[in-house]
Design a protein around this ligand. Structure first.
Ligand SMILES: Cc1cc2nc3c(=O)[nH]c(=O)nc-3n(C[C@H](O)[C@H](O)[C@H](O)COP(=O)(O)OP(=O)(O)OC[C@H]3O[C@@H](n4cnc5c(N)ncnc54)[C@H](O)[C@@H]3O)c2cc1C
Length: 388
């Protein structure tokens, strides 16, 4: 049986998130735009913390974090639904109480030192695999870790690392056995900033910048290996694979909010004696946007649902990620067009969203890499057509 309805509990959580975003977060949008125009962060860390405390008081903490770590453990479907709700605002806010999924692979000491403080918001992590010479071709990383007694000595450079300027430790992927490379010769290390790595911000067309990270003879104790030596590439793919459906989920929220703005504007803006909503040229842009949003919603929820059932959701996640990035860019472009000159100004947040949503087609696997995966699965028969 197919059932598209939410349970009463799921609906209650969705509504709590929706009203929290509308009541506490959206009112900050004008201030965020002003701050960013002045070259400041949208929210200062104190303000972000206060919002997180309020969210915690409303029970919104660690949405996808296991209960044993103080989270709500609501699972992938509710996580996707929550991301749709928080995607409705561009305020750079995260509910908190969570950690990158591979940190749960740590041993008891690592959980105490890295996982728990990250969940509590006392420590900040980043995930570093991309290098100047290896992006889509992540199997080709060159950052090298060489064993020296009880330590490993790391040399290399990482690029485009989200949170790399703010993080106090990095989940770093380095080659420990060049013969094996990605097939058993890449290892993930937990490397504290005070072990000696440096970061440099990278300005981008978006409002937040990633960082490049530099490792020059950085010494890391052997006990800081996350998971098993040589198993880093598998961990990296697990991290990316498990979280990929969250990208289109956030895009759905943004696209719905933008479409609401376009509908409102179309009803109010008069041109040649009529509201522009009367013109088919505008109506079709609204209709096409809605079709695309709803399609991505189904693909995204299916990918989340498969993960929740313990199924392999990688193909479904690729479908959702590719179509979500394309949809969000189409919708924001149409919404900007419907607003005319005003859409192009910094008075409205549309141009900001236009710049930010462009990233969705690049990170966590570009459009081309998703298409490559989807085509390969079909051509090799890993995925059969005709299923539901
Ligand atoms: C803002 C931002 C944040 C990021 N955050 C992180 C992070 O936290 N951690 C991290 O490790 N990385 C991060 N990345 C890196 C991101 O994942 C890579 O940029 C992305 O995977 C693409 O790699 P690349 O930039 O080297 O492009 P390339 O791989 O050089 O690709 C260039 C072009 O060639 C295409 N292409 C490449 N190979 C093929 C192929 N086989 N077939 C067809 N087309 C191909 C690509 O699709 C693209 O269009 C981030 C990037 C950005 C911009």
């Amino acid at each position: 049986m197919i059932d598209f309805s939410l349970s009463d509990e799921e609906r209650a959580i969705r509504d709590t998130v929706r009203s929290f975003i509308a009541r506490e977060v959206m009112p900050l949008e004008d201030q965020v735009l002003r701050n960013e125009r002045d070259g400041l962060p949208g929210l200062d860390p104190q303000q972000h913390k206060e919002l997180q405390d309020k969210a915690k008081a409303s029970g919104l903490w660690g949405i996808n974090t296991p209960e044993e770590y103080g989270g709500a453990d609501l699972g992938p479907v509710m996580s996707a639904i929550t991301a749709m709700e928080s995607g409705r605002t561009f305020v750079p806010f995260r509910f908190g109480g969570s950690a990158d999924n591979i940190l749960y692979a740590g041993n008891e000491d690592q959980k105490r030192e890295y996982l728990l403080p990250t969940i509590n918001g006392e420590r900040h992590s980043c995930f570093a695999i991309t290098e100047p010479g290896a992006g889509s071709d992540a199997r080709n990383i060159r950052t090298r870790a060489v064993r020296d007694g009880d330590d490993w000595v790391i040399n290399g450079e990482k690029i485009f690392i989200t949170g790399g300027n703010e993080a106090d430790f990095v989940m770093l992927f380095a080659v420990t056995d060049p013969e094996k490379g990605a097939n058993g010769g890449v290892t993930c290390f937990l490397v504290d900033r005070d072990m000696g790595w440096k970061s440099e911000p990278i300005p981008t067309m978006g409002e937040w910048g990633p960082a490049s990270l530099n490792f020059e003879n950085v010494r890391v104790p052997h006990r800081n290996i996350l998971g098993e030596e040589g198993n880093g590439f598998g961990l990296a793919m697990q991290w990316i694979g498990n979280g990929r459906f969250m990208i289109p989920a956030g895009a759905i929220g943004a696209a719905e909010r933008l479409l609401e703005m376009a509908i409102e504007h179309a009803k109010n803006r008069v041109s040649m004696g009529h509201p522009i909503a009367d013109y088919q040229a505008i109506q079709w842009q609204i209709a096409d946007s809605h079709v695309e949003i709803e399609s991505v919603k189904l693909l995204t929820l299916r990918a989340a649902w498969q993960l929740q059932q313990g199924e392999d959701n990688r193909h479904a996640s690729s479908l959702a990620k590719l179509s979500g990035g394309l949809m969000a860019n189409q919708v924001v472009d149409r919404v900007l067009q419907i607003h005319g000159g005003m859409g192009y100004t910094k008075e409205l947040p549309i141009e900001r969203w236009y710049r930010e949503l462009r990233l969705l087609r690049i990170f966590e696997g570009t459009d081309e890499i998703q298409r490559r995966t989807i085509a390969r699965n079909l051509l090799k028969g890993h995925v059969k057509l005709g299923g539901i």
